[in-house]
Design a protein around this ligand. Sequence first.
Ligand code: WTA
Length: 653
Amino acid sequence: MSEASLSQEHHTFPPDPAFAAQANGTADLYAAADADYEAFWAQQARDRISWATDFEQTLDWSNAPFAKWFVGGTLNAAYNCVDRHVEAGNGDRVAIHFEGEPGDTRSITYAELQREVCKAANALESLGIGKGDTVAIYLPMIPEAAVAMLACARIGAPHSVVFGGFSADALNTRINDADSRLVITADGGYRRGAPSALKPAVDAAIAVGDNPVEKVLVVRRTGQEVAWDDSRDVWWHDVVDAASDQHEARPHDAEDPLFILYTSGTTGKPKGIFHTTGGYLTQVAYTNSVVHDVHPETDVYWCTADIGWVTGHSYIVYGPLANGATQLMYEGTPDTPHQGRWWELIEKYKVSILYTAPTAVRTFMKWGHDVPQKFDLSSLRLLGSVGEPINPEAWLWYRKWIGGDRCPIVDTWWQTETGAIMISPLPGVTTLEPGSAQKPVPGVSAQILDDEGQPFTEPEKVGYLVLTKPWPSMLRGIWGDPERYQQTYWSRFGPKYYFAGDGAKYDADGNIWLLGRVDDVMNVSGHRLSTAEIESALVSHPAVAEAAVVGASDETTGQAVAAFVILRSEAAADGGGPDIVQELRNHVAKEIGPIAKPRSIMVVTELPKTRSGKIMRRLLKDVAEGRAIGDVTTLADSSVMTLIKEGMASGAE
Ligand code: WTA
């Protein structure tokens, strides 16, 4: 079949009987969850997690939307992810095969991981960190990132991981909002064949104004020179290596916070989504088992996400480690030193489960299937997708050229807020429909509502995705802002429905198709960015008077940031021009991080606004996507769009 014709016919893929025979997920899970969903989750919690004290009540929803799961239960997440596997006799099993971008490798067994986590936990305590203190983690993709998170979990100090690609300013906001007294970072990491520095961003983040940081714990990764403040900075290899490898994992309450993770919302201020211990661990372990079908004795699992995103939290650290799996962790980019790097790693480590994002698949499609074809990918038996809708073409390419036409693909819909996978096929059970995440996993309930908040099931009608029952790994709130939690997620359609912010539809078979965000959140390469956040970064530049940002569709990254700016008169008099565009792109990278850099910035003299002054982003999206401009009748001044279009045609950047 030619690639062009791959998507022409409607294919579905029934489960392969051999796969189904060994699958962790089974059809009876749906019936069990439907019959009594609290009993279902109680059983998952007891089967998959080791509790120090059993819980008395499965769910307390009396103070909705503030949930309590597994009330009265106590546990230690790090014990569950590490120690219990050693106690069960699996200490020699590799937990993490690490491959650095330059090609350095380390394989860490569960017994070694236990010693590392204990040492790190002792080191944190020696630095004065205790239960309830938040710790910011700003690290590259190295095993110390997982060790640091688990050490925090062990002592009950919620971690707040900040993606290493975020800027000093973004880090500063997050450190202050979470009130973190300790930052764990590294001198740098390897990126595209060269060391790139991290510590200077931490230094800059805490150089300004009042901030809570007392100590900075620094991992030596690249060996590059770093500025050093003796009263504040501590080397990881000094304090962690010297610490005892014995540390008691004391139990924490099921509802004690495990971590905070910031994500973009519809306003300029990122939200600190926080998760607690028992419910979160239960659902990530459960989904990693039934959706990724991890068999810890035999599989080599690889999730390509960065630990700075929720996918890295749930499906590199907590899910697979709770299940005692062996996984690959890779530091670098897919094209360093060559475009076949991932496939080389799969061949080398005999990776059997690959979990990645559609944007990566589309990039590989662009590079051509002859790249993966040069490698032996026969160890793969399951593929997963996360972060944005995967278009059927990419799905079919993934199956054919990576999955050898034999691996099931699980398209998994979930969010930072949901903590774990919510909508996904069960491999070995579900007949796969390319492009659709299909059905809520057993134990999860979803519906699609119309504008009036009425549920419907008609196929092809577009509505809003909502979740209709609480679930164990649900966010417990927005750090320090309970009102915003209620307002953002539980008010759009009343207090009964969790509003996900995604558009969705059913097909004739009742499968759910996710259609992207319905709010001002963009999805660029599977990363969430808010239009408001980028707009405020742009207007913080002295040359900019006003800015509007939209997500324009992009073949590879799903969406790309398209910005429209009005310059202040002095800057405009200087001619604006390509220099200012470049400067503004760099400014956004500095304010937020390189991932937020606009693909295009167009200097305009007016922005399209309604008579009440609201920017009509819909029209700007038409321009950015090269479409005919839609209805302009509500514009205060309809000639604005003519001007913008003319600017576009004349090649303004
Ligand atoms: C989008 C990432 C379609 C969606 C785990 C959601 C998806 C947002 C899918 C959450 C999918 C994630 N199909 N859309 N399989 N997975 N999304 O918080 O818009 O970074 O609301 O969590 O990504 O992004 P977040």
